[in-house]
Design a protein around this ligand. Structure first.
Ligand code: HEC
Length: 108
């Protein structure tokens, strides 16, 4: 009797964990179109050239980029592109570019 109800509770916990997980992965799939979280966007759009820790690869190191450019300048670089840096004005929303500019401006 007791073991049965424990088993029932365990099943419920497992079931809710599984459904919880699947909704997280759905969120991740829609991350870029839906989110304006700078780090999430960075991971999807910028990591390939600037590396996960902002250290740089094809693109330059961004760890102190906030000391080099103002938030507006960063916004301009991302919207219009610069040299080998692609333009993101068609690939990200204004809100998303804004969020990235605020985030990068704090890297100093
Ligand atoms: C295809 C590779 C590539 C991708 C993707 C890319 N960048 Fe760049 N980025 C570059 C290159 C190359 C430069 C150097 C441009 C130059 O000065 O000629 C650069 C320069 C920059 C600069 C100016 C750095 C400096 O010190 O002058 C910023 C800021 C920047 N990128 C941010 C981003 C952000 C934010 C993203 C994602 C939305 C991103 N980049 C995606 C290649 C890339």
């Amino acid at each position: 009797m007791i073991t049965k109800s424990i088993r029932a509770i365990a099943l419920l916990v497992i079931a809710s964990t599984i459904t919880g997980c699947s909704s997280v992965s759905e969120q991740e799939q829609n991350a870029v179109s839906g989110t304006s979280d700078a780090e999430t966007i960075y991971k999807q759009k910028c990591v390939s050239c600037h590396a996960i820790d902002l250290q740089g690869r094809v693109g330059p190191n961004l760890q102190k980029v906030g000391a080099k450019y103002t938030q507006e300048e960063l916004l301009g670089i991302m919207s219009k592109g610069k040299g080998g840096m692609p333009s993101f004005e068609k690939r990200l929303s204004e809100e998303q570019i804004d969020a990235l500019a605020v985030w990068l401006a704090s890297k100093r």
